[in-house]
Write a protein that binds this ligand. Sequence first.
Ligand SMILES: [Zn+2]
Length: 163
Amino acid sequence: MAGDCICASLPDLAHIAMGDSQQRDERFLATVEEVRRAGDDRWWLYLGKCRVCAQDWLVAQEERIYDEHFLERLQPVAAAHILATGKWPDTFISYECVLRVGKSLATPCRFLNSMAASLLWTVEDLRKERPNISAADIGGLLGISEEHATKLIVASGSQVGSR
Ligand SMILES: [Zn+2]
């Protein structure tokens, strides 16, 4: 039926691939509108609301490693709390959290270029949030080997240093 939304068909913690074969990303974004953005340091995060069924969604848009929208269904009181306080739920509060949810739900992209900018930016962000994060942890989050993660750490460190 025209005008229907897909909210009810999604689990409470959901993921929708960008370019989904059933066009679920387009159908989700067709009815869910951005209500509030978290802002610069959490560029992936926003609060959305469906204009058909009024469902509130916490949305993390992850375009580097998973190429997915990660979604958490919110109760109205939780959405109101975000709008009133500017405080966001823990689920996608750091990039590391987003990647942990990603790992639990989806499969990371495979990179033809092992030193791709998306990987380097992600390593930089993870180390900004948690400077002592290990290469093994980074590898696990990105679906790459610890050795590969170590090379990315070295490369991102030298980039930071040369700025
Ligand atoms: Zn809806």
